[in-house]
Each structure stands twice: as structure tokens, then as C-alpha cells.
Design a protein around this ligand. Sequence first.
Ligand SMILES: [Zn+2]
Length: 297
Amino acid sequence: MNPITLTRSVSPPSPERCPNCGEECVESLRHCAVCSFDLGCPNVRAAHRPKETEGVSGRFRAARESSKARGVSAEFEALAETIENETHVVVAVSPILARSFLQDSKQLYQGYEKLVEGGSRTPAPQEFDSQRYAVAGKLFGHYAEDIRYGLLSINGRSLKNYGIVHIQLRDIAIKDRVSFLHENSYLFVREFDLKPDSPLPVGYRCSWLNKKELVAAKLESSLVPGSGKEEWARLLVNNGETRDRDQCVEAHIYGPFNSAAIENIEYENNGFNRQDRLDIEIIKDIFGHKKVSGWPS
Ligand SMILES: [Zn+2]
């Protein structure tokens, strides 16, 4: 039995040396290159390096001080508690993809790179395809192909620019393999003007364990007196007119999942066309034993 698997949810490992064979770890490999011991997902280990966790904690402490100075200390503490206990990972997909995923329990949810490289979807137009590989490569290097994208949400809703069916994943399915980024990765790379050889800024990534600090630090400057969960949900997942104007805390899930990983499904209205509506009806039929709810139009 792998002892790290048992303890990972308490304290994710970021070992420099393999606990099994004692040899130096390759930071971007999940398994030890010598003995194949499971070292934990590389995105989680990267987010849990001491300099990263200290960076996030430092930003959280500064935000807490700012909230006191601005008279929103109670809101800040309540927000942090909400993030800790009531946020989940949500993935936005199209109705047709959701239907296909739910209809076939053998199907695994894969990321863009896996689908393109596996020959089961066409690449996006060259301009967007190259941007996608560049941004993912900057954040993850070779294991970008193992990352699936979602976001952190209070109310089960995601960004509608990415799909109108929003799939909330069970915490147990992702908490040991998910890391979070301060912002959508495209916007993050652009905001920090990251070049191929730029180091990633410290304190803007976290794991499931310290998501409270990352999110509270991000949202503090937008907190107003008397605000509550409804406003915070909109601050955390903020739909813009275009993807460029969307705001979120992006979730990076290492590895695939199947439909048994789903906790809940939300969808926006009943779709934009007849096919969407048919797909959503089928989704409701299949997933009817759990909560499926529509947004107010
Ligand atoms: Zn080893």
C-alpha cells in the first residue's frame, strides 16, 4: 500500500526525494523515475512547494489586514469560511458533450490536448490552438496533456462562455489531484506578461487545502459591507461579455474522470436551439435521480 495515497488529503507531498527509494524526484513526473512510487500529481506538488504556500499565506494575511482597515473584516472572515467549506469544482461543457458523457459510463472526460492527439477531435483554428499549447506548456510543461480545466464555484455555476451545462464534481473525485490558479490561465499569462523564460509569479497557485487563502486574497478588494454568499458567488465566477472578460479561479484536474464523478448538474436556460433542448431533456432523464436544476432565464 502506498502510504502517501493514504495521507495525501491531509498533507500533500512535495518531496524532493522519493520516500520509497530515496532518489531525487523529477518534479514534473507523477511517479518516481527509479522505482515508480506514486509521488502525487505534479500540479499539486508544484502548488504545495513551501515558497508557493508561504506566498499564498502572505497574500492572505495582507488581505486580512486590508479588510480590517476597510471595515469589512466580518465579511472577509465569513468569505474565507465559505470558500473553505462550500466551494466545489465545476466544469462547463456543451449539452451534446454532457449528454454523450452521461450516456456512456465507459467514457472518460479528457482535455483538449488528449482529444486532439488521440485523433478524436479536430484542433481549434491555428491561432487558438497555438495559444492554447503555449499557455498550457508555460504552466505545466509536458504534463499539460494530463490537465482538465474547470473552476471553483460556490453555487455550482461556471462560465457560460465555456458551455451552458455546468457539471459539479464530487469533492472526493478531485481534491487530491486538483490545483487552482488565481485567474484563467490565458489571462494570467497575459496579466503577468509571462515570457517563455519568465518564472511563474509566486503565491498565485494553491491546492485544495489552501484554496481559502488564495480565493480570499483575490476577492478581498471587491468585498463590500453587508455582502453575502450570493454576491461572493458572482465575484468568484464573473461572466464577462467575452472569454477575455470572464473572471474565475481556474481549477486544474490531473487525469480523467467518468460520469460517476458528478455531484450535480446546472444548466443555463433550456439551450439555444432545438438540439440543445433535446440534449438537456436527455440529461435530465439520465441524471434525474440527482439534482438537476436550471437557472432563471
Ligand atoms: Zn523511488
